[in-house]
Design a protein. Structure first.
Ligand SMILES: [Fe+2]
Length: 254
């Protein structure tokens, strides 16, 4: 059976200064360890998808640092960049024009369509779904009713019972939840932003989040509380011909 292998890495929070420390972690060093591990351990990767908060301070140097970290990965697979609330969409666009990165909204491979939303709301940490992108997804669902769909977001579309994080949920996520409920060929929905791993379901659709490459959040905490016992990591997603998704998180020592 054919299998598509996607690696998701998320919430790198890089800065202009490579020696910057956040919550007792150096995000540049931590991202470097994770990316090297992905390159070393993961064979036959089709795509590497970075689901936002790539750079914390919106600096051009931060995106140069990202580009430097991914030099070797370019030889292995296509790399897609998505924005998070901390990112500069202009800087991501520049990287995609000048270097070998991609920020297309979707791509098709075998009998799967991979759709990537931009959930960054201007001047806000919250998420939003833009009508144009919702319409694009709905058009693809209408045009390709026999294809399987995998959706990536930065922000979370469901309540995770962490008060501070849930203030930053996708404000109009009920639009996506309704689309999921009405389209059983949406097999998976995946995001970053919350710095922790979650796995749940709506009907038969799998919904899951992925740990950050740097510091982790304590699940179900009232305020943003660092979980010093949780290691950073990345996610492996295998999309099978029959619509099944096999996925797991790999955590790394830093
Ligand atoms: Fe975020």
């Amino acid at each position: 059976m054919n299998e598509i292998k996607i690696i998701q890495i998320t919430d790198l929070h890089l800065n202009a200064d490579k020696s910057h420390i956040a919550h007792d972690i150096n995000p540049y060093n931590s991202a470097q360890i994770i990316i090297n591990e992905v390159i070393k351990e993961s064979k036959n990767i089709n795509s590497l998808i970075l689901t936002g908060d790539l750079v914390d301070d919106e600096s051009r140097e931060g995106y140069e640092n990202l580009s430097e970290l991914l030099v070797e990965a370019h030889d292995k697979c296509q790399i897609f960049l998505m924005p998070g609330n901390h990112d500069s969409i202009e800087e991501i666009d520049k990287l995609c024009k000048t270097k070998n990165f991609n920020n297309d909204k979707y791509f098709s491979i075998n009998n799967w369509i991979i759709f990537m939303f931009n959930t960054k709301k201007n001047n806000s940490p919250n998420g939003i779904l833009y009508k144009k992108e919702v319409d694009d997804l709905q058009n693809l669902l209408n045009t390709f009713p026999t294809k399987n769909f995998m959706i990536f977001l930065h922000h979370h579309p469901i309540i995770i019972e962490s008060e501070s994080m849930d203030k930053m949920i996708i404000e109009n996520s009920e639009i996506l939840i309704n689309i999921i409920k009405n389209n059983e060929n949406i097999k998976g929905v995946c995001w970053g932003h919350i710095h922790q791993e979650i796995m749940t379901k709506i009907n038969k659709t799998k919904l899951f989040s992925t740990p950050s490459t740097c510091y982790q959040a304590t699940p179900k905490s009232k305020s943003f509380l660092i979980d010093h016992s949780a290691k950073p990591g990345y996610r492996v997603i295998k999309l099978l011909d029959d619509g099944e998704i096999k996925t797991h998180v790999t955590r790394c020592d830093i």
